[in-house]
Design a protein around this ligand. Structure first.
Ligand code: ADP
Length: 329
């Protein structure tokens, strides 16, 4: 009902009376008043005049539930189970806990900030308050566990489309899990699997997107490798719009993958990859391989052809692309 009141207030440029809102929503005026107060508590600035009613002045710049749901174009993702936090250790950890409790596919966890945001291999993902979209969701795909790695690629393709949708160009994917703009990392994807030998219990997908940081706000150690959507387009970007776009595209490409398989996704991934066709250096465990990144295979492994012509199959590793000066960056 709160959602409906917000919709009515958003659509009106003049004051709407409590009586009218009550009539349109089929509730009492006291109930309207309670919902209005709850919206105010969430950060909505609503002007109230005793005889004329209510008018929406501004919306909160916060990832609150009401705001996320207002205009969210998904069927399942975030619609029924959407958890928002002001601060959390890690959205992936919370989503994992919820998945273990039996929450369904499409459950979404979002936080304003993470104190223990995670990257691959236990690395840290820096997630400052109010600056980005730090989100995880639960998937329960009916696939074999060996295929779960494909989901990182599904999500990467969805990420490219979601950022393009909101007008950000030059978005590319770096194998396996980074989203880049002008060769700098704007987002990362972390996929975690819980499975039996022959079936997936659940997959948690975490996405961290830098939205409104300025370059000077990034930590020294990766300042020259990171970027934000604000940096890319020269103005502040609505985190709500980013999140809504991401949820919509993730849902779309995930169901497309379940219906049509990995083939279509691979092709889209190839089209948007910054890695393929480049000279790369891969550190995989204690091994270092240099060569030409020629393709990815059905499991999402990177195929690197070295000088001897041997094609190396990289399951996991850190990839650097060869820069103009011949060095790897
Ligand atoms: P990699 O980029 O090596 O694949 P991950 O995807 O796991 O690693 O991301 C973690 C790494 O990304 C960290 O070690 C750090 O260098 C960098 N990083 C951490 N937080 C951010 C961020 N908010 N934006 C861009 N890069 C980040």
């Amino acid at each position: 009902m709160k959602q409906k009141i917000l919709e009515l207030l958003s659509a009106s440029e003049i004051f709407i009376s409590g009586e009218k809102l009550a009539e349109l929503c089929g509730i009492s005026r006291t109930a309207v008043w309670k919902h209005i107060n709850s919206l105010k508590e969430e950060g909505y600035n609503i002007e109230t005049q005793p005889r004329t009613g209510y008018k929406l002045i501004s919306r909160p710049d916060a990832l609150v539930k009401t705001e996320i749901l207002d205009g969210l174009q998904t069927k399942v993702f975030g619609k029924e189970f959407l958890y928002t936090f002001f601060e959390i250790d890690s959205t992936n950890l919370k989503a994992k806990q919820l998945a273990n409790e039996g929450k369904p596919e499409g459950t979404v966890v979002v936080a304003e900030s993470q104190t223990k945001g995670k990257g691959r291999l236990g690395r840290k993902w820096v997630s400052p308050s109010g600056k980005g979209v730090w989100v995880s969701f639960i998937l329960r795909p009916p696939i074999l566990p060996v295929k779960a790695t494909q989901l990182t690629f599904v999500i990467a393709v969805a990420m490219v489309h979601s950022l393009k949708n909101i007008g950000i160009s030059d978005v590319q994917i770096k194998w396996p899990n980074d989203i880049l703009i002008h060769r700098r990392k704007v987002a990362g994807i972390l996929t975690e699997l819980s499975a039996e030998i022959d079936c997936v219990n659940y997959v948690i997908v975490g996405i961290g997107i830098n939205v409104n940081q300025d370059t000077f706000e990034f930590p020294e150690e990766f300042k020259d490798k990171a970027t934000s959507l604000k940096e890319a387009c020269g103005h502040k970007v609505s985190r709500i719009k980013v999140l809504q776009s991401v949820l919509k595209e993730v849902e779309h490409f995930y169901y497309l993958y379940l219906e049509n398989g990995f083939g279509e996704i691979i092709n889209l991934w190839r089209e948007n990859s910054v890695t393929l066709g480049k000279e790369v250096e891969v550190i995989s465990g204690t091994e270092k391989i240099t060569g030409l990144a020629i393709d990815i295979d059905e499991e999402g492994c990177l195929l690197v052809k070295d000088r001897e012509g041997k094609v190396n199959k990289i399951v996991a590793g850190d990839v650097s692309l060869r820069g103009k000066k011949g060095n790897y960056v």
